[in-house]
Design a protein around this ligand. Sequence first.
Ligand code: HPA
Ligand code: ZN
Length: 342
Amino acid sequence: MTSNLHDFIRGLPKAELHLHIEGSLEPELMFALAQRNAVQLAYSSVEEVRAAYNFSDLQSFLDLYYAGAAVLQTEQDFYDLTMAYIERARADNVRHVELFFDPQTHTARGISTAIVFAGIARALREAKAAHDFSGSMILCFLRHLSEEDAFETLAAALPLRSQYADLWNGIGLDSAEVGNPPEKFAAVFAQCRELGFRLVAHAGEEGPPAYIHSALDVLQVERIDHGVRAEEDAALMHKLVQTQMPLTVCPLSNLKLCVVSDLQQHNLARMLRAGLCVTINSDDPAYFGGYMTTNFIATADALALTREELIQLAKNSFCASFAAPEQKQQWLNELDRYVQNH
Ligand code: HPA
Ligand code: ZN
């Protein structure tokens, strides 16, 4: 692909809808925070950390991801983490992020949910005021833990809801998928729905198409995170097209976690060309080799995406967001102007 199209991708206004903020912890910041908080790391250098990022599946990644998160202790740590992500996102002309965070990863270490909220929110609000960069927060339950634990997590977060009403609007489901089907969380998602939260869930990353069905039918989510295994079920594919259910696909994540053996084998282009509302996202960019532009470029090169398809992906990212209709229209207008001028 020509470098012109690469430049076009970098400047393309876009939204990121699948980003675990803890997964944006770069080894350099991990070391700095370890020192600041006197946390002992299992590595002696940044290079050693990067060399350890050789994953065979989702669980092999999650083990390192949860270990790395141990350096996050104070409000300032969560602020620094989030601000570092925002700077990288802005360099890729990401205009809006709906970021995931995992309170249970932190409460298990004695860090309160209030500290996590405060640090992330301060960075998002500053970026909004200074750069018109917009963000919102999706609280995720860890699916390898019990539904009772999820209920406790929700109960700990709800008193903070009014304080973060401008940011926290979503509930998600992440961590080890296989053996932890969506229906395990039916009751807590029903309560979140009654409370008026927007709902998403990881499904069909490593788990079977049946998990996508139950995320839709039982949890009643409005987006599927990953969803790449939908292709194995023709009836499901038909339903996803008919309903224009967004899939937040993460190509470099799928490559690093061996969901696909080769980016050229990735089904993103097939799904897009079949009429699904597909988006490109970075998932855990510090662990998987890149942020939004890197994901777009690697995918565009591997699958020969056209300029029109790249524009469609950017459009999908805004349309699939949980922003207000007028806000979406503003971004789509900005995208139109960009396309006219490039
Ligand atoms: N899948 C499931 N859980 C996760 C992921 C993922 O890709 N990243 C962080 N938690
Ligand atoms: Zn994810």
